[in-house]
Design a protein around this ligand. Structure first.
Ligand SMILES: *Cc1c(COP(=O)(O)O)cnc(C)c1O
Length: 388
């Protein structure tokens, strides 16, 4: 008991304490808390589809047709008919033979990496990969070699110098979740082919964002059939919950029989899968949503950079404003909240010490007036805090 309290006291002193805040959503990008209305610049709901009428109706009709919970794991009785529909649709969207849905993106990464790597295998992992990739590596029986972020010379060096009797796997985020930059997937694939490694890309922040109609990084770089494993989530642009893996039919059969996070957890509810399916349909019908998203992101990025802020990342809707110390990030997020904006203060352990930042995310659902007001507030607060 005491240890737990001590830990909390310590993280509070370091400005690293965190607790969930409950917000009442008003629409895709506005929330209410304690009688105050806020604009969200911190949602992964990139296309605003959580509040699309078609998506909401699909969730409701799935409940009416099939009930609330799934009542079982996928390999027992939980695999309702919407699963077959969505897995086919994901495979078609990603341009692969097959796809399988996991309960979360987290579970897709953990289950896949631990299922495909055995003793004697090696995984090469970018140092800024998502925690779920790191946990998958930790859980696998293979060896993990971490390469410097997006550093292709270093990746080539470790591929050259690591002896491996079994499989080699290179794994990377497609769009890095805290930095908003795009992995050099074309160069990764070239190296993989040179060293006979498989490539796995996690497109959690790239689907609905990059590539034709938001198909993700493999499409963005034109690498069809050269990336063996594409992971993604149904929880960001696709407005629901769940994760997936898309790849060859053989890989998907293997994961279904081997990935423990797939096998030992109750299947997602009909409402969730119904919503995700409808969101994917909406995206296919309205590829202009992706253009709107990128235009909104460009508007905010350009305005902040012009004002003198250090905003890393290009193209994507993830805009990190680098501030360094955790305390500054927290203070700035508090000031922005007072002015009506919700922005995430990202601190260790999510990022390295000294790399704390405010992480803005832009959505296609943001109106121009909202973004203009947000930019003005951020610039005013940055001046007040002597960041510019
Ligand atoms: C959000 C995220 C995940 C986890 O997906 P969930 O469906 O939320 O569990 C995995 N990888 C990356 C890169 C992410 O950003």
């Amino acid at each position: 008991m005491e240890d737990w309290t001590d830990y909390i006291t310590t993280v509070k002193e370091l400005n690293l304490y965190r607790a969930p805040v409950n917000y009442r959503p008003l629409d895709a990008v506005h929330v209410e808390a304690e009688g105050q209305k806020y604009l969200l610049l911190a949602t992964n709901n990139y296309l605003g589809l959580t509040h699309s009428l078609a998506v909401k109706k699909a969730a409701m009709s799935a409940v009416e047709q099939y009930g609330t919970g799934s009542g079982g794991a996928r390999l027992t009785t939980g695999s309702h008919p919407l699963y077959e529909k969505i897995e086919k649709k994901i495979a078609a969207f990603k341009g692969t033979e097959a796809a399988v849905v996991f309960n979360t993106g987290y579970m897709a990464n953990v289950g896949t990496i631990s299922a495909i790597l055995n003793k004697g295998d090696v995984v090469f992992s970018d140092e800024l990969n998502h925690a779920s990739i790191i946990d998958g590596c930790r859980l696998s029986k293979g060896q993990t070699v971490v390469y410097r972020h997006a550093d292709m010379n270093h990746l080539a060096e470790v591929l050259e110098n690591t002896t491996c009797s079994g499989r080699r796997l290179i794994v990377t985020d497609g769009v890095f979740s805290m930095d908003g930059d795009i992995a050099p997937l074309d160069q990764i694939v070239t190296l993989a082919e040179q060293y006979q490694a498989m490539v796995m890309v996690d497109d959690a922040h790239a689907v609905g964002v990059l590539g034709r109609g938001g198909r993700g990084t493999v499409d963005y770089f034109g690498l069809k059939d050269r990336v063996q494993i594409q992971v993604g989530t149904l929880s960001k642009s696709l407005a629901a919950e769940g994760g997936y893996v898309a790849g060859s039919q053989a890989l998907i059969h293997y994961l279904i029989n081997k990935a423990r996070s797939f096998i030992f957890s109750t299947a997602l509810s009909p409402a969730t899968i119904g919503a995700a399916y409808a969101a994917l349909e909406e995206l296919e019908k309205n590829p202009g949503l992706v253009d709107q998203l990128l235009m909104n992101a460009d508007y905010v990025r350009t305005a902040l950079v012009d004002a003198g802020l250090q905003v890393d990342g290009r193209v994507t809707p993830i805009l990190p404003i680098m501030v360094g110390e955790a305390g500054i990030a927290v203070k700035m997020a508090e000031e922005l909240k007072k002015a009506g904006l919700i922005v995430s203060a990202i601190r260790p352990p999510t990022v390295m010490p000294g790399a704390s930042r405010l992480r803005l995310t832009v959505s296609a659902a943001h109106q121009y007036d909202d973004l203009k007001r947000a930019v003005n507030i951020i610039i005013a607060v940055s001046k007040k805090m002597n960041l510019i």
